[in-house]
Design a protein around this ligand. Structure first.
Ligand SMILES: O=c1ccn([C@H]2C[C@H](O)[C@@H](COP(=O)(O)O)O2)c(=O)[nH]1
Length: 203
């Protein structure tokens, strides 16, 4: 009798959880990739996402010029003979921005998910911030001195690093998905059983 009432109210309506939900690591790296989409750099967009030991995202960043240094005034080129006309003097790397944007008291013990292996300058900041692990997607500059120096420093400081292994090849965000979803999982509007209805007549 009781269970019939509960079922009528949609409470005991057993349904299994969905299984194609996004895995934690895919979620963090996708967050880094999404942040990279904010970058104005025409040739290379990098994003970084910092996660604490409780699996919480505590910092996100992408490469760009410092606050107050206009994207429309400072140069985005990279091969001018004048170093002052190239972006490198001015751009803040994604890793630095993610660390500076942190919304927790400390980054000690955190993991950084980042699209590109951090350079030597970012490695210094990563080490000093207390981040314990770096998970990267691409190591395309592995042969360059700034990456080699970075790896040496990270190793010496006990910051581990590993290549990201996605469980899916791509993730798509479709804003219109929300209007296509089936909301049958939501509790149904409570309705009265026949018994309750007949009881109601007494009122
Ligand atoms: O670890 C890194 C390395 C690079 N970046 C940023 C800095 C620049 O905006 C670009 C690199 O530009 P290239 O045209 O590929 O030289 O990426 C970063 O944020 N983090």
């Amino acid at each position: 009798m009781e269970s019939t009432k509960a079922e009528a109210n949609g409470i005991n309506n057993k349904q299994s959880k969905r299984l194609d939900y996004i895995q934690w690591e895919d979620y963090y790296m996708a967050t880094a990739f999404l942040a990279a989409k904010r970058s104005k750099d025409p040739t290379c967009q990098v994003g970084a996402c910092i996660v604490d030991e409780l699996k919480r995202i505590v910092g996100i960043g992408y490469n760009g010029f410092p606050n107050g240094c206009s994207d429309d005034v400072f140069p985005w080129s990279k091969d001018s003979s004048d170093p002052l006309e190239n972006k490198f003097m001015y751009v803040c790397h994604a890793e630095l921005n993610a660390i500076l944007n942190k919304n927790s008291a400390t980054l000690r013990g955190c993991t950084m998910y980042v699209a590109l292996f951090p350079c030597n300058e970012c490695a210094k900041v990563i080490i000093q911030s207390g981040i314990r692990e770096v998970v990267y997607m691409s190591d395309k500059h592995a042969h360059k001195p700034h990456t080699m120096a970075s790896k040496e420093m990270l190793k010496a400081a006990g910051v581990s690093f590993r290549k990201f292994q996605p469980t899916v090849k791509r993730l798509v965000i479709d804003f219109e998905d929300i209007d296509r979803q089936n909301f049958s999982q939501l509790p149904q509007t409570p309705h009265k059983s026949l018994e309750e209805l007949s009881e109601g007549k007494k009122d």
